[in-house]
Design a protein around this ligand. Structure first.
Ligand code: SAH
Length: 213
């Protein structure tokens, strides 16, 4: 796959659109301008890669809308060198953005096919992302603690292990709600079992899969 001038121009346009939509973090916008989002699409749908919409990536899953990726990345307050846990690798696009922000990303995906595909693309792009095939409800205790954690599927509740695996002052960004609408929550760990939670509007993600779904 190629990254042509046309793709680069479309990304510049997308970044302008994201700015107008309220994304302020310059580094996040820079990362979106840099990463070829169309690499994470099935080739038949390349022309949709720079529209601000979610899109099918197979297995009934979607690559998140660029605005959502930008907003979650901004809320995470990523610092260079941060160790980040991501739940829901999907296409790998969100992980590639976090890696471009200077983070070391640990990403879990529940579906083998998507895991395999994302891993290959992230390696090709030289992203600092370690991909794991497993259940995000459990997190990655063997690699904890993390500076940041991000969930990119709709969570019916906040999984306790993800909070436990955060460092002190660490941040979890997670959409919590039912299958149609979720509230984006930013949770900062301020003590051993103490958290500060703020809400950031409604979003719509594909549901997080449990043991039996
Ligand atoms: N971050 C992704 C968005 C993917 S959509 C991207 O940038 O493309 C959400 C993903 O979460 C799907 O791929 C889905 O298979 C995965 N998922 C759902 N439940 C999960 C779970 N319990 N653990 C890990 N991944 C899960």
């Amino acid at each position: 796959m190629e990254d042509t001038f046309k793709h680069q121009a479309l990304r510049k346009k997308l970044v302008q659109h994201l700015k107008k939509s309220g994304i302020k973090d310059f580094k996040v916008l820079q990362a979106i301008e840099k990463i070829p989002r169309h690499f994470f699409f099935n080739s038949a749908f390349l022309q949709f890669a720079y529209d601000d919409v979610a899109f099918q990536i197979g297995e009934g899953q979607t690559i998140s809308q660029p605005y959502t990726v930008a907003r979650q990345s901004e809320l995470l307050e990523v610092r260079k060198g941060d160790k980040i846990l991501e739940i829901g690798t999907g296409s790998g696009y969100q992980a590639s953005i976090l890696s471009t922000l200077g983070a070391e990303v640990y990403s879990i995906e529940r579906q083998k096919k998507l895991h395999d595909k994302a891993k290959i693309m992230l390696e090709k792009l030289n992203c600092n992302v370690k991909c794991f095939y497993g259940d995000g409800y459990i997190g990655l205790p063997e690699f904890a603690p993390f500076d940041r954690a991000i969930v990119t599927a709709a969570a019916p509740y906040i999984p306790e292990p993800l909070l436990q695996q955060l460092k002190p002052r660490g941040i979890l960004v997670i959409p919590v709600g039912n299958e149609t609408t979720q509230v984006m929550k930013k949770i900062r760990k301020i003590g051993d079992n103490e958290y500060d939670t703020k809400d950031y509007g409604n979003f719509s993600f594909v549901p997080m899969l449990g043991e039996t779904t």
